[in-house]
Design a protein around this ligand. Structure first.
Ligand SMILES: Cc1cc2nc3c(=O)[nH]c(=O)nc-3n(C[C@H](O)[C@H](O)[C@H](O)COP(=O)(O)OP(=O)(O)OC[C@H]3O[C@@H](n4cnc5c(N)ncnc54)[C@H](O)[C@@H]3O)c2cc1C
Length: 412
C-alpha cells in the first residue's frame, strides 16, 4: 500500500486545489459539507447547477469522461484526488450523482453515438437532471422480477406500470427505465431499457413522506406513456445487461454514503456534551465505545486506500470495493445512535434548536435507507459469498421458466 502521491498525482492535486481555492470557499474546521438529506427546493437546484456549470467550463466536471463529451479523460485515481480536494470546500449538495455516476456510464457503454452526443454533455453540465426508474413494489432486490410493461406501437413503445423509491423524480428531466418487453422469455431475458422524458403525458409522480419529514423519493405511475424507439438503450430484450452496468456503477457511486458526519464529529460531541457535570469523554464506557468506532472507521479508511492504490497502479479494485457500503452504512447508523445517546433529551429535537443543527438526528433517520439503497446488507453479503468467497449460489426456482409462468401473487 502506498499512501503518497506520485509526482504526477501531486502535480494534479496542486492544480485541482489551486482552481478550487480560486473559485470556492474552504470549509471551516469541523464544518460539514452541504448534504441533500432529502431537502429539495428550486434555490438549491439553481445553486447546484451554477457550481456544476462553473466546473464544466473549467474542465472539472465528470473528469474521467472522454473529452468529446465534456470530460478531460482523467484516470480513476485523478477522480479520487479531485473528490478528496473538492470535499474540503463549501459546495452545494450533489444532485447529479444518479445521472453522472450511474446512468452516464451506462449510456457510455451501451448507447449509440447519437445518444451519447445528445445526453452526456447536458448531464455533465447539470443542465438536465436524471432519475433511475428501476425498483417496483414487487421488484427491488429481485429487480429482474419487474412487471412494468413496454409494448411496441409503430416507432414508439407504450409503457404501463408502477415504479417506486424513485429519488429525485420530481425534479428530473429524464429517467432511465427498465421494462418487461417479452413475458414469454426467462425473467432476466425479456427486459428492455429506455430513456423516458419525465414530463411525458401519462406520468404521475407522487412524493413519499420519509420519517425525517422530507420527501426525496417518489412513486411514479405510468399510464400509456409513449417513448420513441430512438430512446431505447441497447437491444430489445437485452436490457438486463445494460441494467447490470447501472447497478455496478451505483454501488461504486454510493460507497459508504459520503457526506454525513464522521468519527471526528462524534469525538467532538463526546468532548463537548456534559454528563453529570463533566465532558462525556471522561466516562470510561464512552471511551470504550469511541475506541470501537475509531477502529472500524480506520479499517474502512485503509480499505478504501487499498482501492485507491489499485486504481493508482491501473488495476481494477478487488473484493475490498464490496466492503465499503456493507461496513460503512451500519457504522454510520451505530455512531448516530450513540451520538443521540450522548445528547440525552436533546436528541428528540429535529429543528433549529437541535444540537449541531440536527446533524446526528438526520444521520440517524437517514442511515436505515443507506443500508437498503443500491443493494441491501443481505444482498451485498450474498454477492461477497458467491463472487468473493466462491460459496454455492442461491437456489433459483425461476431458472429456465418463462416470466409469465413464474409462480406469483395475482398480477395487475
Ligand atoms: C434512500 C433510498 C433511495 C432509493 N432510490 C432509488 C432510486 O432512485 N431508484 C430506484 O429504482 N430504486 C431506489 N431505491 C430502492 C432500492 O433499490 C430498493 O429499496 C432495494 O433494492 C431493496 O429492494 P426492496 O426495498 O424492494 O426490498 P426487498 O427486495 O423486498 O427486500 C426486503 C428484505 O428482504 C431481504 N432480501 C431480499 N432478497 C433476499 C435474498 N435473496 N437473500 C437474503 N435476503 C433477501 C432484503 O435484504 C430486505 O431486508 C432507493 C431506496 C432507498 C432506501
Amino acid at each position: 500500500m502506498d499512501f503518497n502521491d506520485t509526482p504526477e498525482e501531486a502535480a494534479f492535486r496542486a492544480e485541482a486545489r489551486a482552481w478550487l481555492e480560486a473559485n470556492a470557499e474552504p470549509l471551516a474546521p469541523g464544518e460539514q459539507p452541504a448534504s441533500l438529506e432529502g431537502r429539495f427546493d428550486p434555490e438549491m437546484v439553481r445553486k447546484a447547477q451554477e457550481w456544476q456549470r462553473k466546473k464544466a467550463d473549467a474542465g472539472w466536471a465528470c473528469i474521467t469522461w472522454p473529452k468529446e463529451y465534456g470530460g478531460r479523460g482523467a484516470t480513476p485515481i485523478q477522480a479520487v484526488i479531485w473528490s478528496q480536494e473538492e470535499a474540503r470546500f463549501k459546495t452545494p449538495p450533489n444532485i447529479f450523482a444518479i445521472g453522472q455516476g450511474m446512468l452516464g456510464p451506462t449510456i457510455m457503454v451501451h448507447g449509440t453515438e447519437e445518444q451519447k452526443r445528445r445526453y452526456l454533455p447536458p448531464m455533465l453540465r447539470g443542465d438536465e437532471i436524471w432519475c433511475q426508474l428501476f425498483s417496483e413494489p414487487a421488484a427491488g432486490s429481485d429487480l429482474a422480477g419487474l412487471r412494468t410493461t413496454a409494448v411496441r406501437d409503430g416507432d414508439d413503445w407504450i409503457i404501463n406500470g408502477q415504479k417506486i423509491w424513485t429519488t429525485g423524480a420530481h425534479y428530473s428531466k429524464w429517467g432511465m427505465i427498465v421494462t418487461r418487453t417479452d413475458p414469454n422469455a426467462e425473467k432476466h431475458r425479456g427486459i428492455t431499457y429506455f430513456i423516458v422524458d419525465m414530463q411525458s403525458p401519462g406520468i404521475e409522480i407522487r412524493p413519499i413522506k420519509q420519517m425525517n419529514g422530507m420527501s426525496s423519493f417518489n412513486e411514479v405511475f405510468f399510464t400509456d406513456v409513449r417513448v420513441p424507439d430512438r430512446n431505447r438503450i441497447g437491444d430489445v430484450n437485452d436490457g438486463w445487461r445494460c441494467a447490470l452496468t447501472t447497478l455496478m456503477n451505483e454501488r461504486h457511486a454510493i460507497g459508504g454514503g459520503a457526506g454525513g458526519p464522521e468519527f471526528r464529529d462524534l469525538f467532538r460531541l463526546a468532548r463537548t456534551v456534559l454528563w453529570n457535570g463533566k465532558p462525556a469523554i471522561q466516562d470510561a464506557g464512552v471511551r470504550q465505545r469511541l475506541a470501537d468506532f475509531y477502529v472500524r472507521a480506520k479499517g474502512l479508511q485503509y480499505t478504501s486506500y487499498r482501492v485507491q492504490t489499485a486504481l493508482s497502479r491501473g488495476q481494477t479494485p478487488g473484493p475490498e470495493s464490496s466492503i465499503g457500503k456493507l461496513v460503512g452504512a451500519p457504522l454510520r447508523q451505530n455512531m448516530a445512535a450513540f451520538a443521540l445517546d450522548l445528547e440525552g433529551a436533546a436528541a428528540a429535537l429535529l429543528d433549529r434548536k437541535a444540537p449541531e443543527g440536527a446533524l446526528w438526528q438526520l444521520a440517524y433517520l437517514g442511515s436505515p435507507g443507506l443500508r437498503l439503497a443500491g443493494g441491501t446488507d443481505e444482498i451485498l453479503r450474498n454477492i461477497i459469498a458467491e463472487r468473493v468467497l466462491g460459496l454455492p449460489p442461491e437456489i433459483r426456482v425461476d431458472k429456465g421458466i418463462p416470466f409469465k409462468d413464474v409462480p406469483t401473487g395475482p398480477r395487475p
